[in-house]
Write a protein that binds this ligand. Structure first.
Ligand code: HEC
Ligand code: HEC
Length: 200
């Protein structure tokens, strides 16, 4: 009996992420305010603001839910999601994930180290290859909700890795990214973030 209740509670808790299917056209209408920072089509032109174009649906929903609840602190987005309900969030995720990301370039002097870390990891420091979860081309793992990283602004990716390392960002399930970032030096973070910007 107790097990049944626990099972039911778990079911209800995890159903937070079982959103109704989002509608791309409705999402476009609801995204006008977002465009000021993220770009109308999700290709933000400002390096501190992440590109959302082509990001996977499940990941976008999780981040919006986490930002809305304060689980992930994004002061720049204060108020942006306050009035959004589950359907709005699903529509916004459908819209941005339907767009195509425009990639950038890897700095020539960061390529060798960045590529090495991304593709092979750093076995001596027990850092897994990033490809394991983020894919050979940085496309992520949409079914698991692991984010695409391809073409993302290096400045933004670098900040996220720093935030995971300093535990300023703690919304990664089971500390998956905190554990990895904790093993990376500043130089390694800079190199792999630059690599991501040119990967697509
Ligand atoms: C005033 C600027 C601003 C506005 C407007 C804004 N955002 Fe953001 N958003 C940000 C910043 C800055 C971050 C990343 C902060 C960080 O962690 O470094 C972010 C992060 C995100 C993320 C997480 C992306 C990732 O790769 O993890 C999502 C999703 C998002 N915003 C969706 C939205 C949506 C949807 C709207 C409109 C309803 C919106 N934002 C409006 C600035 C803004
Ligand atoms: C075990 C799986 C796994 C591995 C290996 C992994 N990641 Fe991640 N990564 C994740 C998950 C899951 C998230 C999203 C966490 C969340 O829900 O907020 C993430 C998020 C990120 C983000 C933030 C994305 C955004 O849009 O905000 C960056 C940057 C990142 N990872 C870089 C890397 C790099 C670089 C490596 C290799 C050194 C790596 N990851 C290895 C699972 C992994």
């Amino acid at each position: 009996m107790n097990k049944l209740i626990i099972g039911l509670v778990l079911c209800l808790t995890s159903s937070t992420y079982l959103y109704a299917a989002g509608d791309v056209a409705a999402g476009k209408e609801k995204s006008v305010a977002c465009g000021a920072c993220h770009g109308g089509d999700g290709n933000s032109e400002i390096a501190n603001f992440p590109k959302l174009a082509g990001q996977n649906y499940k990941y976008l929903i999780k981040q919006m839910v986490d930002i809305q609840s304060g689980e992930r602190s994004v002061p720049e987005m204060a108020g942006q999601l306050d009035t959004k309900n589950e359907q709005d969030i699903a529509d916004l995720a459908a819209y941005f994930s339907s767009k195509t990301a425009i990639g950038g370039k890897t700095a020539a002097d960061q390529l060798a180290l960045g590529q090495l870390i991304y593709r092979a990891g750093l076995p001596s420091k027990q850092v897994a290859a990033c490809t394991a979860c983020h894919g050979a081309k940085g496309q992520g793992l949409p079914t698991a909700g692991y984010p695409a990283l391809s073409g993302q602004h290096a400045t933004y990716s670098e900040k996220q890795l720093m935030n995971f390392r300093s535990m300023t960002r703690t919304n990664d399930t089971n500390g998956m990214m905190r554990d990895i970032a904790a093993r990376l030096s500043d130089v390694e973070i800079k190199a792999v973030a630059s690599y991501l910007q040119g990967l697509y």
